[in-house]
Design a protein around this ligand. Structure first.
Ligand SMILES: NC(=O)c1ccc[n+]([C@@H]2O[C@H](COP(=O)([O-])OP(=O)(O)OC[C@H]3O[C@@H](n4cnc5c(N)ncnc54)[C@H](OP(=O)(O)O)[C@@H]3O)[C@@H](O)[C@H]2O)c1
Length: 332
């Protein structure tokens, strides 16, 4: 292949129908940006599944290179902040949605979007983390900032066998929390125990909203990737002054609740957004990931797949069949 060409997964739209196919592109096809990156790995997140299948309006313009995450090496930089050879991570900021993303061997990005790869992580490990793991860390940071500590009691993680859930469970267990995993998958019980989870409950326990406005408080904290009725039931079962970090909607977007958990128990509902997360918090989260997520747990959570598998895997993640994290090797 000549030097300036590369392979990308390209989403195109014709007559309202979306297609996804591997294409050979040239560097000249890349959109503007001050840093050119040779991409080593990307990853698969729930949002990537929505984008690639077209099941939700994630992609704002076509043609689009999807992939909300990437890790690689700077090839050219017009910014003094980065130099050729620097290892970088990029998650969110609208890549794979509004701007071309990580499912390609080359990418161009704004310097302000990039985070230097933490020293003890490889690009592959960084994508084992990806947006999902980064979001898990943002949840833990938000819970800590609202006073959560291990001696306060059980912390529940919903959608625990998914990407965000698995990383959140592993981080919390490593920090000494008593972690309860809520999952719909019996086949994932052994996997979750290996990540350090103390107890597993069926997703149905929190998935049905009870009639009473408050139930007895059990959880000192919660990481919720499911939303909908699960989040409503969580709010009723959090202990006084406990917090729920709400980051996902895998089970629904509507939230049917009352003000009672907030005004009678001082429960905190903490919103988590990884996409436009400010730069300082990003760097803090990546540093904490490098120290608080054990690398052996990360290895258990991640599998690697080639770029060509992304369309099929996108269907799988939306059906809830993907366990943990999938790293995409864009050069395989
Ligand atoms: N706020 C942000 O910035 C941000 C960032 C990343 C992700 N997210 C969101 O967080 C969620 C998880 O993302 P992910 O990448 O971890 O996805 P994922 O790997 O597919 O995990 C989602 C998990 O949710 C559970 N689940 C799926 N459908 C469900 C349903 N109908 N009812 C109850 N549980 C269900 C499953 O867990 P079990 O098999 O264990 O039951 C599934 O593994 C998604 O909604 C995603 O959009 C938000």
């Amino acid at each position: 292949m000549p030097d300036n060409t590369f392979t990308a997964l390209l989403l195109e739209q014709e007559d309202g129908k979306q297609t996804a196919a591997l294409k050979t592109l040239s560097r000249d096809d890349l959109p503007d940006g001050d840093v050119l990156i040779s991409v080593a790995y990307s990853s698969l997140n729930y949002k990537d599944g929505l984008a690639v299948t077209g099941k939700a309006k994630v992609v704002r313009s076509f043609p689009m290179v999807p992939g909300i995450d990437l890790a690689g090496t700077v090839v050219e930089s017009a910014s003094p902040e980065f130099a050729p050879g620097d290892a970088v991570v990029l998650t969110g900021w609208g890549i794979g949605e509004k701007y071309w993303g990580g499912y390609a061997q080359m990418a161009r990005a704004k310097a302000g979007w990039l985070v230097p790869l933490p020293e003890n992580l490889t690009p592959k490990q960084a994508m084992g983390i990806g947006t999902a793991g980064f979001t898990a860390m943002l949840c833990v940071l938000a819970l800590e900032a609202h006073g959560l500590s291990p001696e306060q009691g059980e912390v529940v993680v919903t959608g625990a066998a998914g990407g965000v859930g698995s990383v959140a469970a592993a981080i919390l267990a490593n920090l000494g929390y008593t972690v309860v995993a809520s999952t719909g998958r019996e086949s994932a019980h052994e996997y979750l125990r290996a990540l350090g989870v103390s107890e597993i409950i069926d997703r149905g326990v929190l998935g049905e909203v009870s009639k009473r406005p408050l139930e007895s408080g059990r959880w000192a904290g919660a990481v919720d990737t499911v939303g909908g009725d699960t989040l409503a039931q969580l709010l009723k079962t959090v202990r006084p002054h406990g917090s729920v970090a709400a980051c996902g909607n895998a089970g629904g977007v509507a939230l049917n609740t009352t003000v009672l958990p907030f005004i009678l128990r001082g429960v905190n509902l903490l919103g988590i957004d990884s996409v436009m997360c400010p730069v300082d918090l990003r760097r803090t989260a990546w540093q904490r990931l490098a120290t608080d997520l054990p690398l052996d747990a990360l290895e258990q959570v991640m599998q690697v797949a080639p770029l060509a598998d992304v369309p099929a895997l996108s269907q799988e993640i939306l059906q809830g069949n993907v366990r943990g994290r999938i790293v995409i090797d864009v050069n395989a």
